[in-house]
Each structure stands twice: as structure tokens, then as C-alpha cells.
Design a protein around this ligand. Sequence first.
Ligand code: B12
Ligand code: SF4
Ligand code: SF4
Length: 374
Amino acid sequence: MPANTQNLTESHEHLQRLANKHGFDDVRVTSSEAHREAGRIFADWLSRSHHADMDWLARDPERRTNPVRLMPEAKSILTLAVNYWRKRDSLEDGQGRVALYAAGQDYHRVIEQGMKALIRDLGERVGTHYRYYVDYGPVLERAFAERSGLGFIGRSANLIHPRFGTYVFIATIITDAVYPVTEPRAGTCGQCTRCLDVCPTGALTSPFELDANLCISYLTIENRGPIPRRLRPLIGTWLFGCDLCQEVCPYNDKAEAGANVAIAGEAIAGTRMDVAEILGIRTAEEFSRRFSRSAVKRAKREGLVRNAAVVAGNLRQPGLIPALKEACGDESPLVRGHAIWALGQYSEAHFVANLRDKENDAFVLSEIEAVIDR
Ligand code: B12
Ligand code: SF4
Ligand code: SF4
């Protein structure tokens, strides 16, 4: 009987053992049946433009909740969790914070290697046709993870694993092999609303619903343009990503350091970075040398230096002024504009006014005028 039609009697314990061996903390299984409720929620989310300018999310959205559209032979979906929690270092002067998920080696690469190794070990039991993704695939990972019982969706929109809490990556293998499905695991936020209360920008517009236009994670990672002026002070010290809605979650009170050392071990960006050092990254080559093995590269040089300018403005530590003044000479208008805004937080209007005659970019000029008007 060919593997793709065989009703696999693979014991879940065996699958679990193999998944653990390759760096995964949990594995569950759901069918490839379309996820109608997630499809409805996702369509509604897109219709409200909550995806901001992440247009790739709106491209053929039905695929994301109907795996057969991705792979017609699909029968089962394996959902995998990797706990990435690590202890956050306390901030020192002149530093900003990095979301925990981006502190270590780039998880895309590490988890992809883990999935390849798992697939190799599963041999013919993985089926004839299969696809695997972590983060980047056109599949609504949280929805299928929840249906397979990997955890439940909390009011912060994050998937909460019963043991590891919210700090878990989700990986997905779609296969034409038929695996016995695992049941959803019940869980609830109860009366808690801590994540909604703590979110500084109001990005959690209602329980389970996130407007990316307002989310610090979007603003500092995916957003390629200016950060709206009114939101800059609310970014606080977040240089890349944001963990506030996870930090307050009671399901993370007992978070334990991730066992996958490639993910939760070596620090590349680490959990905090020196703001002046980031402000001083002037070339794509320098940026790539520092972050080629880190998920931080997603922000690109311009984006990360823009974020550093915003954090420098929010820190109001005069030691950062020289680096901000240097950044006013950056080749990127995005960087110059945010550095000028930050200098405005230090009453450096005189320095800023002197930049006007040399500047001809409309965005930067508008930032100069805003500082002078203050
Ligand atoms: C785009 C994206 C973002 C966007 C938008 C996030 C969002 N909440 O939609 C931005 C850039 C803001 C972002 C931020 C983050 N992200 Co992100 N992101 C994605 C991506 C690529 C797509 C998500 C998506 O389609 N969103 C659209 C919404 C509608 O779908 P959803 O978030 O999956 O929501 C589902 C549930 O909330 C649920 N739901 C919605 N309403 C309701 C109502 C009820 C009653 C119920 C029960 C359920 C429910 O159904 C929805 C659809 O299934 C996924 C990877 C993937 N391919 O799925 C990673 C992913 C969701 N991100 C992840 C991570 C780690 C983060 C951050 C923690 C990073 C950080 N520290 O800065 C933050 C968390 C912010 C937050 N509170 O959600 C992980 C989440 C792991 C987990 N445990 O949940 C994922 C799965 C990547 C991965 N493979 O590990 N992300
Ligand atoms: S990641 Fe930060 S900004 Fe985004 S919803 Fe959570 S607390 Fe709000
Ligand atoms: S902080 Fe509270 S409401 Fe938010 S996800 Fe965690 S348990 Fe749910």
C-alpha cells in the first residue's frame, strides 16, 4: 500500500520522540480540512485593513485556511512548537530592547533544518507529497495549531501552549500521509485582560483582534516607511519587535528556558542592544555583517536605524545626542527624518533649523518644520 494512502497507525508517542530529537518541544496533528471559522476571521481582518501594508497577506487569502489549495494531495497537518523563551537582560543606559524571538539565531533557518531532519527520519511515513513552513508560508499557523491542540488562542491573539505559554514558534508540515488527528486542548483566558490593558498603542482593538497598523511589532519590523509621529513616543525602548502582551500573560509566569540551544542559546542580537551603536550603522554591508544570522535582518538597515532614532528620542539621555546628530547626515531620508524628530525631544531645535537649507527631501523637511514648530 503506497504511503500516501496508507492509514498510518504511527503512534503519537513515536512522532513526539522524533520531533523532540530534532529540536521541537511538541507536535500535534490536524486534518487538511479547510478551517472555515479562521477563514471568516481572516477575511474580516483583511477587510478592516488590519494587515496595514503587508499586501502579501491579502494575496489569495483563501489558501491560508484551505491547505488543499496549497497542495491538492494534502491529508494531514503536523503542527510543531519550539519554546524560545530566555531570560531578558535588564536594560543599561543607552540601550533598547529586542523581542525575545529575535535574540538568538534566525529561527527560520534553525527550524527549517529541524523540519528537514524530522522529515528525513520519518522516511516514507512522511508521505509522497509534503510541504513545510515556519512563519513564511501561506498558511494561518495559529489557527491550525489551535485545531490540532498545540494550545489555545489568547486574547492577545497569541497561541498559548499549556506548558510553555506564548513564547513558542509554530512550524507546519502539510503532508499527503494520513496521521491520526490529536484533539484540541481546552484553555481559556478567564477574566484576564492584562494584554489588552498593557498594550501601549491600543493595537489589541478588542479581544483576539490585532490591528497591525498600531502594533509596535509591525511598526519596527515590517513597516518600511516612517513611524507615525503620534506613535513614536509609545514605542518606548523597543528597537525590534515587542513582547509587552506576552510579558504580562500569566501563562508565562512559569516560562522555562527553551531546550533548543540554537534557538534559545547563543545570543546574536541578544535581548538588548546599544542604541548609539545601531545609530552608527551606515552601510548595508556593516548591517549584514552584524545581523546576517539573526531575524533582525528583516527590518533592514534603514528600518533598524530608524527604530534606534525613535528609541534615542524616547530615552532622553543626552549621551545619545552626538550619535543622533551624526545620523542626520545618513544617506536615507527615513533615518534623517527620525533622527531629527529625536533631536526635537532634546530641545535641539537650533541644530535642526540649520539643516533646513541643505535638505531637499519633503519628508525630512516636514520633520524639520515639526521640530521648529514645537
Ligand atoms: C503577519 C504576522 C504578524 C503581524 C500581525 C500579527 C497578527 N496578530 O495578526 C505582526 C507583524 C504585527 C506580528 C507580530 C507578532 N508576531 Co507574527 N506573524 C504573522 C504571520 C506571518 C501571519 C499572521 C496572520 O495571518 N494574521 C492575521 C490574523 C487574523 O491571524 P492570526 O494572528 O493567526 O489570528 C488567528 C487567531 O487570533 C484566531 N482568532 C482571531 N480572532 C479570534 C476570536 C476568537 C474567539 C478565537 C477563539 C480565535 C480568534 O484566529 C485567527 C485566524 O486563525 C504569522 C505566521 C503565519 N504564517 O501564520 C506570524 C506569527 C503569528 N507571529 C508570531 C510571533 C512570535 C509574533 C510576535 C510575538 C513577535 C514579536 N514579539 O514582536 C508578535 C505578536 C503580536 C500579537 N499579539 O499577535 C508567531 C506566533 C506564535 C504564537 N505563539 O502565537 C507566528 C505564528 C510565527 C511563527 N511561525 O511562529 N506578526
Ligand atoms: S506586540 Fe506590543 S504593540 Fe503589539 S499587540 Fe502586543 S503589546 Fe501591543
Ligand atoms: S494576558 Fe490574560 S487575556 Fe491576555 S492572553 Fe494572557 S491570559 Fe489571555
